[in-house]
Design a protein around this ligand. Structure first.
Ligand SMILES: Nc1ncnc2c1ncn2[C@@H]1O[C@H](COP(=O)(O)OP(=O)(O)OP(=O)(O)O)[C@@H](O)[C@H]1O
Ligand SMILES: [Mg+2]
Length: 364
């Protein structure tokens, strides 16, 4: 028997749950081991995935434009791009429901990064689906190429011709995080929509709904920490909420930060004042000790330090210097440089900024 395709798997959804559905890049992995499992067993990101366009809490302008295309029956090929967890996949699935009704699974072919997507798949699977004439409710079928930035250049090139050839009865929706990785020829065949990170109040509205439905005991500081850590990513907000709720009876600031292992803002403020106020050797020892005690990664410290530095009172040129050097250190860390040396560099930058501040104040 041949391997099931994404469509075969999806077509059983949601009455009979499949054995394994894996979404690419390690995100939103849904594993339901037993058939007959209910929606209750699902991770919240799937349980609360919006099914209709009006359930999506953001990007109203994009949604109304696409709704208009659908109503006027002139949907173009689409290109959705933007950071993770902003509703790209959910939007296109909701569009498919609007287009084809509840039996939409037979009218769409969904391929994501976990499916084999070399040149052969583009040729065979897409061609087979695109060329079949089984069209019921609407004039065209929909092919969703999710996480398309992971597709090879060769496969993307092969798509150019296929898109043109089957435009009569198929619309493509290409979804990716990095639009730069999509070849210009494909971009120019699609109408582009950028999904910006969600705003805090949008995430809050949806979180409040989940909190109420699940009956979660959460404090206001817990809610604030969730919003802070989610950084515009609704999936992250829901995952942290679910993990913290599973591990702690009350979701408060402490529980959220313990669960995610992220640095607490107050620890970062302490580190910042140590780096500003102490000499190099004592600052290095103190920050290193705090870092080990709390089990923090330097890259996480720098991410959180950014907020602290932005909120501090600093001379403009000092802030610019500090941010610029922090960005360099962050980059070096991402390429695998030694944490100890980078920490020393970070403290060195703070010392430079203190010296510069003194020099500039004397001049004024
Ligand atoms: N705009 C939104 N309104 C409501 N829920 C949302 C929205 N965006 C994301 N979510 C929630 O986050 C989860 C992930 O969203 P989705 O899979 O659509 O993100 P995505 O943009 O496709 O991310 P990725 O680029 O990582 O694939 C959804 O299951 C849903 O629960
Ligand atoms: Mg997606």
């Amino acid at each position: 028997m041949s391997e099931p395709t994404a469509m075969d798997i999806d077509s059983e959804w949601p009455d009979q749950l499949p054995t394994t559905i894996s979404k690419g890049k390690g995100k939103a992995v849904v594993t339901v081991e037993e058939k007959g499992a209910t929606k209750e067993n699902l991770p919240w990101v799937e349980k609360y995935r919006p099914t209709h366009l009006d359930e999506l809490i953001s990007h109203k302008d994009i949604i109304s434009t696409i709704s208009r295309f659908i109503d006027e029956n002139r949907l173009p090929h689409l290109l959705f791009y933007g950071p993770p967890g902003t509703g790209k996949t959910s939007t296109i699935l909701a569009c498919a429901r609007k287009l084809y009704g509840e039996r939409y699974k037979s009218m769409i072919l969904e391929l994501n990064a976990s499916d084999e997507r070399g040149i052969d798949v583009v040729r065979e699977q897409i061609k087979n689906f695109a060329s079949t004439k089984k069209i019921f409710s609407s004039g065209f079928k929909l092919i969703i190429l999710d996480e398309a930035d992971a597709m090879t250049q060769v496969a993307q090139n092969a798509l150019r011709r296929i898109i043109e050839k089957y435009t009569r009865n198929v619309r493509f929706c290409i979804i990716c995080n990095y639009v730069g990785k999509i070849i210009p020829a494909l971009q120019s065949r699609c109408t582009r929509f950028r999904f910006a990170p969600l705003k805090e109040d949008q995430i809050r509205t949806r979180l409040d709904y989940v909190i109420e439905t699940e009956g979660i005991n959460i404090t206001e500081d817990g809610r604030k920490s969730l919003l802070r850590l989610s950084q515009g990513d609704m999936r992250r907000a829901l995952n942290i909420l679910q993990a913290t709720h599973a591990a702690f009876p009350i979701v408060n600031e402490d529980a959220v930060y313990t669960c995610t292992g992220s640095p607490r803002p107050k620890d970062i403020t302490t580190m910042a004042s140590i780096m500003f106020d102490s000499d190099f050797a004592s600052a290095y020892a103190a920050v290193q000790r705090l870092k080990t005690e709390k089990g923090l990664a330097l890259s996480d410290i720098i991410t959180e330090l950014y907020n602290t530095v932005m909120a501090m009172e600093l001379l403009p040129s000092c802030r610019v210097l500090l941010l610029d050097r922090m960005a360099e250190i962050e980059h070096r860390l991402s390429t695998g440089c030694t944490e100890k040396i980078q920490l020393a560099a970070l403290i060195g930058v703070f010392r430079n900024v203190v010296d510069l501040t003194e020099k500039l104040s004397v001049q004024q």
